[in-house]
Design a protein around this ligand. Structure first.
Ligand code: OGA
Ligand code: MN
Length: 226
C-alpha cells in the first residue's frame, strides 16, 4: 500500500490546525535525510506561552546541566556549560507543550513506524560564552533515545549573536550545517546518527531540548520518563 494515501492529519488534533503540514514536512525530512530544520515552525501561541513561562521562571529553577553522575561534573564542564530545567505537565503551558509534542509523536509513528513511546524535555539557558561541545544524544544500543527535538525561544536573534547549533552529517563531517537559534525554529534529528554542537553565543540563548524514546520496560521494571 502507498503510505501517501493514508490520511493521518487528524492525529495532529484540532487545537493546532496549522501543524499537519509541518508534521508532514518533518516526517518527510526524517525519512529522507534523518534530520529536519524548520524556521517559524512552532504554533505562535504555544511559542509565546513557552517564552512567557521562561521569562517568569526564577533563575534558581535552573540546574547546571550534567552528563551522567555528579562526580563527572568537573569533566562535564569541558563538554557543556549550560543550565537546564525539566518540563512537566503541571503548568498549563507545560501541558500544552506535551500535548503538541505528543501529537507530533503519534504522527511520526503513523508515518515512519518509529515506535516512539515517551518524551522528555527541558528548557536550556546558555549564558554568553556557554557551549555544548560536539556530542551524540544517544549511542547505538546504549540508549532508547531515538529522535531529538530542539526549539528556540530567542526573539530578534542577529547573525553576530552566534550561538548556532551545528549538525554534522556523520562522524567524518567537520563542516556541518549551522542553525540560527531564532524564535520558533524547530530542529529534529535521529539521536544516534548526528553529532552536533552548540557554539558560544554573544547573548543569553534559550532553547528547549527534548527526546522521544522507545519503551524499554520489561517485566516488573518500569521505564522511568527520564
Ligand atoms: C542538547 C543539545 C542543542 C541546542 O541539549 O543535547 O544538543 O541547540 N542542544 O540547544
Ligand atoms: Mn544534543
Amino acid at each position: 500500500m502507498n503510505d501517501a494515501l493514508i490520511d493521518v492529519s487528524y492525529l495532529a488534533g484540532p487545537r493546532f490546525g496549522e501543524t499537519p503540514a509541518l508534521f508532514e514536512k518533518i516526517a518527510q525530512d526524517i525519512g529522507e535525510q534523518g534530520y529536519s530544520i524548520n524556521p517559524n515552525a512552532l504554533p505562535p501561541e504555544l511559542a509565546q506561552s513557552l517564552y512567557q513561562q521562561l521569562q517568569q521562571m526564577p533563575q534558581a529553577e535552573f540546574d547546571s546541566a550534567g552528563i551522567g553522575r555528579q562526580v563527572d561534573h568537573m569533566l562535564n564542564s569541558f563538554v557543556r556549560t549550560d543550565e537546564i530545567c525539566w518540563i512537566d505537565g503541571s503548568s498549563e503551558t507545560g501541558a500544552r507543550w506535551l500535548e503538541w509534542t505528543s501529537a507530533l509523536r503519534r504522527f511520526l509513528n503513523a508515518r515512519l513506524l518509529l515506535g516512539l513511546f515517551s518524551f522528555e524535555s527541558h528548557y536550556a539557558h546558555y549564558a554568553p560564552g556557554d557551549f555544548y561541545k560536539r556530542h551524540f544524544d544517544a549511542f547505538k544500543g546504549e540508549s532508547n533515545r531515538v529522535l531529538s527535538l530542539v526549539i528556540y525561544l530567542n526573539p530578534g536573534w542577529l547573525p553576530d549573536d552566534s550561538g548556532e547549533l551545528v549538525i554534522y552529517r556523520d562522524e567524518l563531517d567537520m563542516e556541518g550545517t549551522k542553525v540560527t537559534p531564532s524564535f520558533g525554529t524547530l530542529v529534529a534529528f535521529l539521536s544516534e546518527e548526528f553529532p552536533h554542537e552548540v557554539l558560544p553565543a554573544a547573548r543569553d540563548r534559550y532553547s528547549i531540548a527534548g527526546w522521544y524514546r522507545l519503551n524499554t520496560s520489561h517485566g516488573q521494571k518500569v521505564d522511568p520518563p527520564r
